[in-house]
Design a protein around this ligand. Structure first.
Ligand code: SF4
Ligand code: SF4
Length: 417
């Protein structure tokens, strides 16, 4: 690595050194409490997958370049040079971590491995060593935000084709539009993912609840966050923030996508609208008596996988359970405290990398499979696209014999007319 590249990368490193990050970098006592907390280590048993070990890879660079002792006497501070080999280690650490933060809830100091891995991801971007596909997908999302007029017509035609399926699930009142788009003055802006599965059930439930809603032109997923690029994350987020402000909505409702919800909730700043996950909105409709569900629609025991970015990392824990108790009398928890639920193993961009990560994702998530199977459930519900894909892959790979379902679809299918 030449000197200029190293200097540029160290500038990127420095840009991440706020007070919290310095605390995470300077505090680890190597107590080992996090050793069994990571699903990757618990499933695969290799030292390199211990949370503190991953962090140490970043910490050694910090000691070398940003701490006095490491600069003068590297061997004592366990400092390490930033070399091409160090970049390879950073890649291995960052792209085997799903950012689930289970280790953080165990760590007595609350050290956030996901944040430390965000330094690793930023250095990889600076060295053009990140997974290229994630950057390409992020760039595509940003371009779409810049040239809305180009794809508007095609989008509206596609939405028209879904209307009959929405009405089939819920008989929309005469005169209303099954899927309103670009409706200024709507109360709620729904931000879906690309694909009918993210739009049809959601639209049916909004209509059943009599919601004054409108569908976003943009898809919720934020590939900038997956690849760890703060400026691209912000640009992708801003498309939705600007649309919400243009339409003057009171609430932005994010579909079943954990990262999209957490990014919108925690990074959109002070806005004139509130941010909700679709699970929170559905629980609210039930509490207010705006929708009713038929418990006879589901057959067999149900369990629920808490998406890390929605539950542990954003606090939406009671709402899915409230919904599930309206859907079934045979619900079984996976764990006594959902904050300690195992990650599905697909976050952090790993599912988006598809086949390239499939073998690792299957091996690193064996503890999740054991947890699901111990419930004896026939239906495995979740509320995140990434988790749904990963759990479906696990179901096929380990022949778990469960039916993996989106919570929103279960609600739409159980609506009482
Ligand atoms: S954030 Fe999750 S995947 Fe990453 S080290 Fe911690 S427990 Fe493991
Ligand atoms: S639990 Fe926290 S302090 Fe202990 S080794 Fe892990 S990261 Fe370090």
């Amino acid at each position: 690595m030449d000197e200029k590249t190293r200097d540029d990368l160290l500038n990127l490193f420095q840009s991440k050194l706020n007070e919290a990050m310095r605390f995470y970098l300077e505090t680890c006592t190597r107590c080992g409490v996090c050793t069994e907390a990571c699903h990757v280590h618990a499933s695969m048993g290799q030292v390199k997958y211990i949370a503190a070990y991953r962090s140490e890879i970043v910490r050694r660079l910090y000691k070398k370049y940003f701490k006095g002792r490491g600069k003068v006497w590297p061997s004592v501070g366990e400092a390490k040079d930033l070399t091409d080999m160090a970049l390879e280690e950073l890649y291995e650490a960052a792209y085997s971590c799903t950012g689930c933060r289970r280790c953080m809830v165990y760590c007595p100091f609350g050290i956030d491995t996901q944040q430390l891995m965000s330094i690793a991801k930023l250095l990889l971007i600076g060295a053009s060593a990140e997974p290229e596909i994630l950057t390409l997908l992020a760039d595509t999302s940003i371009e779409k935000g810049k040239s809305l007029e180009l794809f508007k017509e095609g989008f509206l035609e596609g939405i028209k084709r879904l209307e009959a399926d929405v009405v089939e699930k819920w008989q929309t009142q005469a005169g209303s539009t099954p899927i309103p788009v670009d409706a200024e003055g709507a109360d709620l802006l729904y931000v879906a993912l690309a694909g009918a599965h993210s739009i049809i059930p959601a639209a049916a439930v909004f209509n059943a609840a009599g919601e004054n809603w409108t569908l976003s032109f943009f898809e919720a997923v934020n590939f900038g966050a997956f690849v760890g690029d703060p400026s691209k994350t912000k640009l992708i987020l801003d498309r939705i923030v600007n649309e919400a402000n243009r339409l003057k909505v009171k609430e932005v409702c994010i579909c079943e996508c954990g990262t999209a919800y957490r990014v919108m909730k925690q990074l959109s700043g002070k806005q004139p609208f509130k941010v909700s996950s679709i699970t929170e909105v559905h629980a609210r409709y039930l509490k207010e008596g705006r929708i009713k569900l038929d418990k006879t629609k589901l057959n067999g025991r149900v369990t629920y996988h808490d998406p890390c970015q929605i539950a542990r990392n954003a606090g939406v824990i009671d709402e899915p359970r409230y919904i599930l108790h309206h859907l079934t009398d045979d619900f079984r928890e996976m764990t006594d405290d959902p904050r300690y639920n195992w990650c599905c193993g697909g976050g952090g961009g790993l599912v988006a990398l598809g086949e390239d990560t499939l073998d690792f994702r299957m091996k690193s998530s064996k503890v999740k499979v054991d947890q699901v199977q111990a419930t004896g459930a026939k239906i495995l519900a979740t509320a995140c696209e990434n988790c749904h894909t990963q759990l479906s892959n696990l179901n096929d790979h380990y022949k778990m014999g469960v039916d993996v379902k989106f919570l929103s679809s279960m609600i739409a299918d159980a609506l009482v007319q």
